[in-house]
Design a protein around this ligand. Structure first.
Ligand code: GLA
Ligand code: GLA
Length: 749
């Protein structure tokens, strides 16, 4: 991997240039020119200090080929600058004008069936098209020349969500580029044949001119998995290349302003391998759209945990999120009271120093007319706009308190994420088509939150050797090098938790031999002290068969059980399969969860899928064992149940099942941001539950108490929101969607 570009953060137009950036995508091209003045008036009212501008404005800047006009954009930027609002200026290449497709239809992508992907939306271009590249780079250079010295433009917003609509292109340009890419990667055709396993189905490739894209080959044809995985990598690389070409074209003219492009990290998506992309931007930014349902806050935190790792622990930028509903899911839920502010501040709690939305003013036409915005259809006299103003106030308060530049305190445990594994599990050739690496990462993240432990989420490719424990949930692909890194980590005293479908194939999608998990030529098995021979797969499709299998520790597994047939003499069997369903599948007594000493550390094998609740119970039972490192920021039982007997009863989470009856899940997500010199620290407390939750022993002075009430004395008989908070020392009651932020300043001698 290439070295990371140095961290550079866009300045604001405040006196110091500092403060948390606040604003959104601004699309004045959708409105009459007079609207800009009214927009700016409202932006000032809401304390907006930044906008992302001209993302889809190519047709305004170059209305006809070669005819560049900047008057409109100049005027908008001038007005924003005069109002003290900084501009994150787009390269404007995400959506090309229609004239380009008329003259150059050869830039349009081709789908896997050979159909042209038509113009009319955005990103209707091939990343590998030399023609498109020429037009796009020309536009980049024009923009750079024109805005090089403009003081209102403080950052470059390259493209928009690269890969959103052109991740897969099967054109002849792509074919040509793919052949070159393969040649660069493999050097010799023998190496490619070996990696792709072309002896299977008569697919021997005689020269790089015979290499094929995985185009549609007929209804039942299965793409060769190593070829497909390389095609995923190739698509990622072509877009990254394109981004770099755009960035470099601007940087050659305008080197002083930082570059970013908005990633799409949320725990359902894996468009790009952002572990690579993060090294090519000056500051990392993300578009995060919430999950509907009860995972809302947890999912946000899990995605953000990866963002924090991608940014190397430095602050990062929320480039887009929504004030309320989106319009592109089957079901578009709105946000409840306080959620707009809470979500935004939750991103700050997870390390963000910039909170932007898609978009400033809700469109009245076009594909996104029913997507929420900062100024909704209803206008400024609306709940949403009042929420936006409240948020502006809160972010200004946090800026004044000095949050910007402080860093999220890392946890002791890292859940490892690998884009390649997420791509690989989508291959329709595995024992189960229901695998999801990302969802298993999320389940582990949430299961640990449920026992008061916050993990980080770290790319497999990065350095995680400083953690106490690493967890690999469904990291299907492990190269020999990765397995060695893991084994070295454990030998040196680390703990590893290896999930049920981890390390089944190497980076060429070759299954390891000699027993599962086979990655690392037996090293992974040796480290774990287990060997399994078959996968036991369950599902409702198998009529008359059990759909769950019980474990001897009371947990249940639903999808996948490894049939472990031997263990090392020093392997401790922590749970076996047990019960009727286990007997039915001849798994009764077979090891399901094991632990094995390896060097100075321990290797835990979770040989079957566990849902979030089972993971929580496993982690709770492992309390005291070194597996999950030390509790990160919160201790089990610190919250919810620890506020005194009465409050405990009032707050107790109805247990998920009998075995967990005495372990109410901690319902506070607590994070800490602190300055590098340790002089100032911010504590963030967020209520994960629907019910109000009491917290106590909160350090420092309160800075933000969004939907929180305080018990000043914590004295006998105090009731807040119907909950007795007697005995809660310096108690706070956090209602639904609450967030409490406090600051502690350590005086330095
Ligand atoms: C068919 C084919 C075999 C193999 C099996 C797999 O029977 O003839 O080559 O693909 O399916 O189930
Ligand atoms: C993406 C895009 C935006 C907009 C939003 C809608 O994040 O970048 O232009 O389409 O989705 O949610």
């Amino acid at each position: 991997m290439t070295a990371r570009r140095p961290f550079r953060w866009p300045a604001l137009l405040t006196e110091s240039g500092r403060g948390i950036a606040f604003g959104g995508d601004y699309n004045p091209d959708q409105w009459p020119d007079e609207m800009v003045a009214e927009d700016i008036r409202l932006m000032r009212e809401a304390k907006v200090n930044t906008v992302a501008l001209a993302i889809f404005s190519w047709d305004r800047i170059e209305p006809r080929e070669g005819e560049f006009t900047f008057d409109w954009l100049d005027s908008v930027i001038d007005q924003l600058g005069a109002a003290g609002i900084a501009v994150d200026l787009a390269s404007a290449t995400a959506a090309a004008p229609l004239w380009l497709y008329e003259t150059h239809p050869e830039v349009l992508p081709i789908d896997k069936y050979g159909h042209v992907v038509n113009a009319g939306s955005r990103q209707s271009w091939r990343p590998t098209s030399p023609v498109f590249r020429q037009y796009a780079l020309d536009l980049c250079r024009r923009l750079a020349e024109h805005y090089r010295d403009n003081p209102t433009v403080t950052a470059w917003h390259m493209g928009n969500e690269y890969g959103w609509n052109n991740r897969y292109d099967y054109s002849d340009d792509a074919l040509k580029a793919f052949r070159l890419w393969c040649e660069r990667k493999y050097g010799t055709i023998e190496a490619l044949n070996e990696a792709w396993g072309t002896a299977f189905w008569s697919q021997h490739v005689n020269s790089f001119d015979e290499v094929l894209l995985p185009r549609h080959m007929g209804g039942d044809a299965m793409v060769n998995p190593p070829q497909q995985l390389d095609f995923e990598r190739f698509g990622n690389d072509m877009l990254l290349d394109f981004y770099k070409a755009e960035r470099d074209a601007i940087e050659a003219i305008c080197p002083d302003k930082p570059f970013t492009t908005n990633f799409m990290v949320s725990t359902d998506q894996c468009t790009m391998d952002y572990a690579q992309w993060a090294r090519e931007v000056d500051f990392v930014s993300n578009d995060h759209y919430f999950h509907e349902g009860e995972s809302h806050l947890d999912e946000l935190a899990c995605s953000d945990a990866l963002m924090d790792s991608l940014s190397g622990g430095r602050p990062w930028y929320v480039m887009e999120h929504s004030t309320s509903a989106v319009q592109w899911k089957p079901l578009n839920t709105r946000k409840r009271a306080g959620e707009l502010v809470r979500d935004s501040l939750a991103h700050v709690a997870m390390g963000a120093d910039a909170i932007n939305f898609f978009q400033w003013r809700q469109s009245s036409s076009g594909a996104e007319a029913f997507h929420s915005a900062m100024v909704p259809h209803a206008g400024a006299d609306s709940k949403v706009f009042r929420g936006v103003c409240e948020l502006g106030e809160a972010l200004e308060t946090l800026s004044r308190a000095g949050v910007q530049g402080t860093e999220l305190r890392r946890a002791g445990t890292a859940i490892l994420f690998s884009a390649e594994s997420e791509w690989a599990i989508r291959s329709q050739t595995l024992p189960s088509m229901k695998l999801s690496h990302w969802h298993d990462v999320r389940d582990w993240y949430r299961g640990l939150l449920d026992v008061g432990r916050r993990a980080d989420v770290v790319p497999l490719a990065y350095d995680w050797s400083g953690y106490k424990t690493i967890i690999l949930p469904t990291v299907l692909v492990l190269s020999e090098r990765d397995v060695r890194r893991i084994a070295d980590f454990v030998r040196a005293g680390g703990n590893v938790v290896v999930g049920y479908a981890t390390g089944l194939v190497d980076e060429h999608f070759h299954a390891g031999l000699g027993g599962y998990p086979g990655a690392g030529d037996g090293l992974l098995r040796d480290m774990l002290g287990v060997r399994s021979e078959e996968f036991n797969i369950l599902g409702t499709e198998a009529e008359g068969e059990p759909v769950t299998i019980g474990l001897s520790n009371g947990l249940e597994t639903h999808l996948w059980q490894n049939d472990v047939t031997s263990t090392a003499p020093d392997t401790t069997i922590m749970a076996t399969y047990a019960g009727d369903a286990a007997s039915d599948w001849e798994l009764d007594g077979v090891p399901a969860i094991t632990s094995h000493p390896y060097g100075q550390g321990a290797a835990i094998y979770v040989g079957c899928d566990l849902d979030r609740h089972a993971i929580a119970r496993l982690a709770a039972a492992a309390d005291g064992l070194p597996w999950f490192g030390e509790p990160a920021c919160v201790k089990p039982g610190d919250y919810g149940d620890a506020a005194g007997p009465t409050a405990a009863t009032a707050n107790a989470v109805p247990s998920e099942d009998a075995a967990g009856a005495n372990a109410p899940a901690p319902r506070i997500l607590h994070t800490v941001r602190e300055s590098a010199d340790g002089a100032v620290r911010f504590d963030f407390y967020m209520n994960r539950a629907k019910e109000s939750v009491a917290v106590h022993d909160v350090p420092g002075e309160p800075i933000i108490a969004h939907r929180c009430s305080r018990s000043p004395s914590g004295s006998a008989g105090d009731i807040a929101d119907g909950i007795d908070i007697t005995g809660v020392a310096d108690g706070w009651l956090l209602r639904r969607n609450a967030i409490l932020v406090t600051r502690t300043v350590h005086r330095q001698e």
